[in-house]
Design a binder for this molecule. Structure first.
Ligand code: PXP
Length: 236
């Protein structure tokens, strides 16, 4: 399985002070130097973390691929067609949500999404649809012409370690198998961490995982000791 790292949280931290630190570009480079096979960012309509300038710089500087998450809106479609990221992952978006809640309802807006997918594909952009692991959504995704689905692993992640874990895991496994029979490639992400990620190996043919929160959270504790030591030396 490949690893796409979502660096939105780095932008959130940077924006807290409004300056340049920590650099989203430097973060992407560190991810790439340590095994990330793509960099994911979500350009939200409210631009609460990643900004347009970040995306434009990333696309020039990345050694790997930029996977741009976006809502199905005219504005986002225009941005994608202009900057042409390697891939676009279409996600649902609500302004008031803290993070992406639930998958895109492809079955409920098939025509709109099919048209959107076609425009992106015609421009040479790979399209992925972020959906809940359900038969209805997988079948609808296959009808749109998108090349990939990204299965929402949020329910599985929440159920991990409880008596619901196996049920949620089975939904992912079955949906991946169905998607592959329908000719789709399958990614997964949301809520994956250093424990629950292991079971992803039990899903045959899973292509790429997109992980953000747990990696950036872990980085604080793998990096904090060195950062404090360095400053302690300077303040001695
Ligand atoms: N995939 C998609 C489509 C997402 O929206 C997100 C969160 O932005 C992720 C993956 C990564 O989720 P997490 O930050 O929980 O690892």
């Amino acid at each position: 399985m490949l690893l796409g790292v979502n660096i939105d949280h780095v932008a959130t931290l940077r924006n807290a002070r409004g300056g340049k630190e920590p650099s989203v570009i430097r973060a992407a480079e560190v991810c790439e130097d340590n095994g990330a096979t793509s960099i994911t960012t979500h350009l939200r309509e409210d631009r609460r973390h990643i900004k347009d300038k970040d995306v434009r710089t990333l696309i020039k500087k990345l050694k790997t691929n930029l996977n741009l998450e976006m809502a199905v809106t005219e504005e986002m479609g225009e941005i994608a067609l202009e900057i042409k990221p390697h891939s676009v992952c279409l996600v649902p978006e609500k302004r008031e949500e803290i993070t992406t809640e639930g998958g895109l309802d492809v079955a409920g807006q098939l025509d709109k999404i099919t048209e959107f997918v076609k425009k992106l594909k015609d421009a040479g952009i790979i399209v992925s649809l972020f959906i809940d692991p359900s038969e209805e959504q997988v079948k609808a995704a296959a009808q749109t012409g998108a090349q990939f689905i990204e299965m929402h692993t949020g329910q599985y992640s929440e159920a991990f370690g409880t008596d619901r874990e196996d049920d949620e895991f089975l939904k992912l496994k079955k949906s991946a198998a169905l998607a592959q029979t329908l000719g789709l490639k399958v990614n997964a992400g949301h809520g994956l961490n250093y424990e629950n990620v292991r079971r992803m190996h039990e899903i045959p043919g899973l292509y790429e995982l997109n992980i953000g929160h747990s990696i950036i959270s872990r980085a604080i504790f793998t990096g904090l000791s060195a950062a404090v030591r360095e400053m302690a030396d300077l303040t001695k």
